[in-house]
Write a protein that binds this ligand. Structure first.
Ligand code: GLC
Length: 557
């Protein structure tokens, strides 16, 4: 594999780490996380193997949707620091070879944004057309409220100007009108601004909603939204050839492909694999690999330089909206049977370890899967140490609790009185006295050590990221066996979804008994028979990564 190409397309072997500055680390002792605190923790992220930090929104905000309701796209929330602190952080990250991307939330603004304040001041105001207005909610308009517990309509009547405005999310988040060329210019200006300050791209929030023009007065005359996304990508690439757009597109695979720009591949660089993620939970609930294997067989390869982004958990509810009602119910029953664990009827507000009853083998298996499947792995802060959720917190905030750095009441997140924290620290079995980065750092058997090893092995074996994927038949339903091959190199990974030990039979046609399968995660080798078959033993919830090597070179690098 050409090294220059691997380095140019850095996102294909990246390890992305998503965090909220507010809950990560308090550097000035006021109880709120901030850029200074985050900067102190960069070496922790570097040691873990993170190569790209994704910052959740850090812009000024009334914080009614945890920062996804923005009042100034060009600033830093004063509670988190200053632009100066931001630049110091980016500079420090880059010094460690890490890139930084940030949430680009331009489907909507906060209703307190000066643009919206102006827009609602009168029908002929300067920014009126920056938002989407209608005399009556149009019958052919977009459907489906995103927050069914709080909203029952996508249109909110504005008394003062006598029209309705569109809001896909909360009513305090009016949708921007991206069909308006002025809005488009402004979005490019926002991107240009942060790129100039050192960002390497964006995680683009709610992409399908942002591009949607249904229900607008003259929707059919509007320019094709995909042309707009391609324009944004072209703009980004002109400013910085290595910058990426990582898009939130939660749609079936066939529809998602359009957001890569189809065959052209000139829109999003990466899309999250929401389907694969949901099928993985179904497979875990059933203790059978098949649902995930089927999804992976169906999953199209992204065009050109595109790549999937894979994840186990993100910052929102763990959405199960791509499963059938019966399948979703199975996952609810297995991992979140109580009403308080569920959200919006479609997802779970839990983190993985409590869902798996803290079973360390099963947890390690899931992360091994994350790092071995093709796609850029994206971690959500705290996953690496197995943090749990706080069901006392409202809605999605259950999984956005302060990072647990060390034992003690403030969890090393802050020295201030915990009553000043942005949210309560988790208590009990998953609290900082039992789950913390400091303790796990000293324990070679910890989840933190395991994930550190996985990041290294994943980067050392680029076939996993670059190779062609084959799902192998092993004769057992419990095991997912997949192989990634490229330019003569092959890695085979096996994951046992059941609690019972199994023997999986592999057939690797090109091999014979002059080969051995060498383990990449632990010491060990497996014999290959003269017809290319190999019997691989897996413990309950076991996982193995194997590389075929000629018998006389049995120790890989
Ligand atoms: C995305 C974000 C979510 C946010 C919403 C509105 O779905 O992931 O956290 O609430 O957009 O911006």
């Amino acid at each position: 594999m050409k090294l220059t190409r691997t380095a140019d397309l850095w996102w294909k072997t990246a390890v992305v780490y998503c965090l909220d500055v507010e809950t990560f680390r308090d550097g000035d002792g006021d109880g709120c996380g901030d850029f200074r605190g985050l900067t102190q923790k960069i070496d922790y992220l570097d040691r873990l193997g993170v190569t790209c930090i994704w910052l959740m929104p850090f812009y000024p905000s009334p914080d009614r949707d945890d920062g996804y309701d923005i009042t100034d796209f060009y600033g830093v929330d004063p509670r988190l620091g200053t632009l100066g602190d931001f630049v110091e952080f980016v500079r420090t990250a880059r010094d460690r070879g890490m890139r930084v991307i940030a949430d680009l939330v331009v489907n909507h603004t906060s209703d307190r944004h000066p643009w919206f304040q102006d827009a609602r001041s009168g029908r002929d105001s300067r920014h009126r057309d920056w938002y989407v207005w209608a005399d009556e909610p149009p019958p052919d308009g977009p459907k489906g409220v995103v927050f069914p517990d709080k909203e029952d309509s996508l249109w909110q009547y504005d008394e003062h100007t006598g029209q309705y405005y569109l809001h896909r999310f909360y009513k305090h988040q009016p949708d921007l009108n991206v069909a308006n060329p002025e809005v488009r210019d402004e979005i490019a200006r926002i991107m240009g601004f942060w790129m100039e300050l050192g960002l390497s791209g964006f995680r683009v929030d709610a992409v399908p909603f942002m591009l949607e023009t249904d229900g607008q007065a003259d929707a059919s005359r509007l320019p094709d939204p995909h042309d707009y996304l391609a324009d944004l990508r072209a703009f980004l690439s002109r400013r910085n050839g290595e910058a990426v757009l990582l898009g939130e597109v939660n749609l079936p695979y066939a529809d998602t492909m359009a957001f890569y720009g189809g065959e052209q591949g000139d829109e999003l660089t990466m899309c999250f694999d929401f389907v694969g993620m949901q099928k993985m939970y179904l497979a875990l609930a059933r203790r059978v690999a098949r649902p995930l294997a089927e999804a992976l067989r169906e999953r199209p390869a992204p065009p050109k330089d595109g790549h999937w982004a894979t994840f186990v958990r993100n910052h929102d509810e763990l959405t199960l909206d791509r499963l059938s009602d019966a399948e979703r119910e199975e996952v609810f029953q297995a991992f979140g049977p109580e009403e308080n664990m569920q959200l919006y009827g479609r997802g779970l507000r839990r983190r993985l370890p409590p869902m798996l009853d803290g079973d360390p083998k099963r947890l390690k298996m899931v992360y091994s899967l994350l790092f071995s499947l093709p796609g850029t792995p994206v971690l959500f802060y705290g996953e690496e140490i197995g943090m749990g959720e706080d069901l006392r917190a409202e809605g999605r905030l259950a999984v956005r609790t302060p990072m647990q750095w060390r034992p003690g009441p403030g969890a090393g997140f802050s020295d201030a009185d915990p009553s000043r924290f942005p949210g309560q620290v988790v208590e009990g079995r998953y609290g900082p006295d039992r789950v913390s980065a400091a303790a796990q750092r000293r324990d070679p058997g910890s989840l933190l050590s395991w994930i550190g090893m996985l990041t290294r092995r994943y980067r050392e074996n680029p076939e996993l990221a670059w190779g062609d994927l084959d799902i192998l038949d092993t004769g057992t339903d419990q095991v997912l066996a997949h192989r990634c091959s490229r330019e003569g190199g092959t890695v085979v990974a096996l994951h046992n979804f059941s609690q019972d030990p199994v023997e999986a039979r592999l057939t690797l046609d090109e091999l014979d008994s002059s080969w051995l399968l060498t383990d990449l995660l632990v010491d060990g080798t497996t014999e290959v028979a003269s017809d290319g078959t190999a019997v691989v033993r897996l413990d309950g919830y076991g996982c193995r990564w194997l590389r075929p090597v000629p018998r006389d070179q049995a120790l890989p690098d």
